[in-house]
Design a protein around this ligand. Sequence first.
Ligand code: SAM
Length: 440
Amino acid sequence: MTKPAETDSPPATAALAARGIALDLLREVLRKSVPLDDALEAHPGLAGLEPRDRAFVRMLVATVLRRLGQIDALIEQSLSKPGLPKAAVQDVLRLGVAQLLFLGTPAHAAVDTSVELVAERQGAPYKGLVNAVLRRVNAEGPALATAQDAGRLNTPDWLWLSWRQAYGTARARGIVDAHLREAPLDLTAKGDPATWAAALEARLLPTGTLRREAGGAVTELPGFAEGAWWVQDMAAALPATLFGDLEGRLAYDLCAAPGGKTAQLAARGARVVALDRSAKRLERVGQNLARLGLEATRITADAAGWTPEEPADAVLLDAPCTATGAIRRHPDVQRLKSPDDVAKLARAQSRLLAHAVDLTAPGGTLVYCTCSIQPEEGEAQIERLLAKDDRVERRPIDAAELGGLAELVNERGEVRSLPGMLRELGGIDGFFIARLGRKS
Ligand SMILES: C[S@@+](CC[C@H](N)C(=O)[O-])C[C@H]1O[C@@H](n2cnc3c(N)ncnc32)[C@H](O)[C@@H]1O
């Protein structure tokens, strides 16, 4: 893992400002349920930081969210009196522990900035508590952390139980352990992947994705400015490759923003109609396509009720989901989602999938996918559809279409990737993909 240039010895004010922003962001996520990316985008102070401090802020908050169970247990063990301090003080402690134990921040910097921060936000009386707890964590925390069951402690019970039930204990453990590691940076090339793998000093994965270590500014990598590639996890890059020859064919991308799969379909020569119900997110599709020199017709609409003039040969439904497969990249997901979200989104997916069949031409192909590892949002959707709609049939996916990665394909010919898989390659996001054919 490449660490963002941690504040070696930045001006004290910049170091404190960065921690203050991290504290604000943590509150937004944990107390107001705002997704971390949205909170980062909305924070007025972030733009004023140096790029490396911005990267540090994101890494710091993401680390607290990734390791929250471990961090809270260590704080409890290090308090001299039982009972947690009030929320804002607890958040300062969480940031301090993350720096001390997981980010390699020098102890004096982590402790001093935390003490200053709590004084600034909550008043001088809390300085002693923060100082004492963090000094104790610094002394005793490394040994205590080694003895923790990190993956399990950081995972909310409902998620752990759902994964154990769906995949068994060994695979569930693989998932939660994979969440401890930061995901690599995955890119999809518009042109020849081998050429860009060389230019980017990236590993070329069997499926064609280019993989680099995470860290550093993406915009400064070769090929960004000329739109030669875009950021996309290797699992997310699979669905759009499953349509066969797309040259000149009409393709509907029903939930398109921010447009990674739209770009793939367009790069493969399809005439793409990219739909999303969010006009704002669809604007992002336009910007991304413009950078890549690709084109698609963009339409703001609810895909569950959209009625175009003609059905399409290729229909991609990358449905809204809980995103529990992407926790490596978005550790806030496990703090924000609940079983109610799974049920609510599963109902929306059902509606969207039923209508996606109407939008697929006889003989055409429908690919359904989600970046969730909850079976209700994947396997169960397809089973239910096939039981009630005899216009569609399975078109099983073969491992040969996935660079030979047989581990990703289940016995029904669906892709079911889990974050614990392909560890030797650097891991993969959790994804579900099914390919269906509309009967002629
Ligand atoms: C998983 S994201 C899609 C990611 C995208 N396919 C990509 O590869 O970049 C889901 C998208 O579905 C959109 N969405 C949710 N409900 C929708 C609906 N009923 N109709 C159309 N779009 C919807 C959301 O606004 C969101 O942009």
